[in-house]
Write a protein that binds this ligand. Structure first.
Ligand code: FA5
Length: 331
């Protein structure tokens, strides 16, 4: 009996001194577990005289009950302290300033494309999607390039098969529209173009073009110049000057190059934006259009050159490098 009281006493002291719930679990095993000290006393019960066995068993069980209750109380007490400490450690100061999330914005080329679409759309040109991976025949044959014509050398590109190329010019849209649409019509597209080209400040292997054309009765160079003049003023303001000089493209006759200059940028230097001209009669005839009645104009412009001129960017490689310090300037 003394033994029971002795062990109970020791357990009480240890439980009272425990400072964590983990220690309490250890003590529970140590005193009340299967091989615990109090439980162990029951193993010796058989050696006791018969009349002492029952009171001994009762005394052990009562001691066990008291210790279990004591452990329970102490666990509850320590847990609430531990929880409070944990809460304290995890406390969040909701009054601290937040972390700002950087807002995205449209890429400057996309902003330019949106404006181009708006300007030509408002002049009655209908926007067409056109594939970047293009049939060789639309990129060259349908545009009046004779087989092996040297003009194709200036537009070497990436061949996927002999008949499928990454388009070199958005003018490839023409054949697709001529095949399906009878004049009069006004059409345009904007998109990515590719050329096997040495990269420098004004040339890239991957760039964008806008290509515009219309066919109607009595269309002349005057319409072409009027349209490109209007476009230049819409994009660069009223001070812009435009220049046309004779040039050659197999799909126009006559052909011109189109350049602009603004007094504020690049010292008023002329910058070529693209090529233009009247749709070659060979093309109209190829698609069964009566050239006595109908004529058309066409032009194609490099998109990168437009923000270069508008903002004074001196190297088009910046557009593709995704440097936020550069792109962030174009709100
Ligand atoms: C053409 O691509 C013709 N398709 C334009 C055309 C359309 C003429 C309709 C007549 C009628 P060109 O190769 O010059 O033409 O390219 C037109 C414009 O695209 C150039 O003036 C330039 O602004 C841009 N460009 C051409 N090559 C590159 C390049 N490697 N990097 C960036 N821009 C380019």
């Amino acid at each position: 009996m003394d033994q029971v009281a002795q062990i109970e006493r020791e357990a009480e002291v240890a439980i009272g001194a425990a400072t964590t719930t983990a220690e309490l679990r250890e003590l529970e095993i140590q005193f009340l577990g299967k091989s615990g000290r109090l439980t162990g006393l029951m193993k010796g019960i058989g050696a006791l005289p018969a009349d002492e066995r029952k009171p001994f068993g009762e005394a052990v069980n009562q001691a066990k009950g008291r210790l279990e209750a004591l452990l329970g109380d102490r666990t509850t007490h320590l847990k609430s302290g531990e929880r409070a400490a944990q809460f304290e450690a995890e406390r969040i100061d909701v009054t601290l300033p937040g972390h700002p999330v950087r807002a995205g914005r449209k890429h400057v080329l996309q902003q330019t494309i949106d404006r181009i679409k708006h300007v030509f759309g408002s002049m009655g040109f209908v926007y067409h999607e056109s594939p970047e991976l293009e049939d060789f025949k639309y990129n060259f044959d349908a545009l009046n390039y004779p087989p092996d014509h040297p003009a194709m050398d200036a537009q070497d590109t990436f061949y996927v098969t002999d008949d499928l190329v990454l388009r070199t010019q958005c003018t490839a849209l023409q054949g697709r529209v001529f095949e399906t649409t009878a004049p009069p019509f006004r059409a345009f597209t904007v998109g990515r173009t590719y050329r096997n080209e040495a990269v420098d400040r004004t040339h890239s292997h991957t760039f964008h073009q806008v290509d515009v054309f219309m066919v109607d009765e009595g269309v002349s160079m005057a319409h072409l110049k009027g349209t490109l003049g209007l476009f230049a003023r819409a994009m660069f303001g009223p001070e812009v000057k435009v220049r046309f000089r004779p040039d050659f493209f197999p799909f126009v006759e006559p052909g011109v190059d189109y350049a602009i200059s603004t007094p504020k940028l690049f010292g008023g230097r002329w910058v070529e934006l693209g090529g233009a001209g009247l749709v070659h009669p060979n093309i109209l005839e190829r698609y069964g259009i009566d050239t006595e009645r109908f004529s058309g104009f066409a032009f194609g412009l490099g998109v990168e050159r437009i923000p270069m001129m508008a903002y004074g960017v001196d190297d088009l490689r910046h557009f593709l490098e995704n440097d936020r310090r550069f792109l962030g300037q174009f709100a």
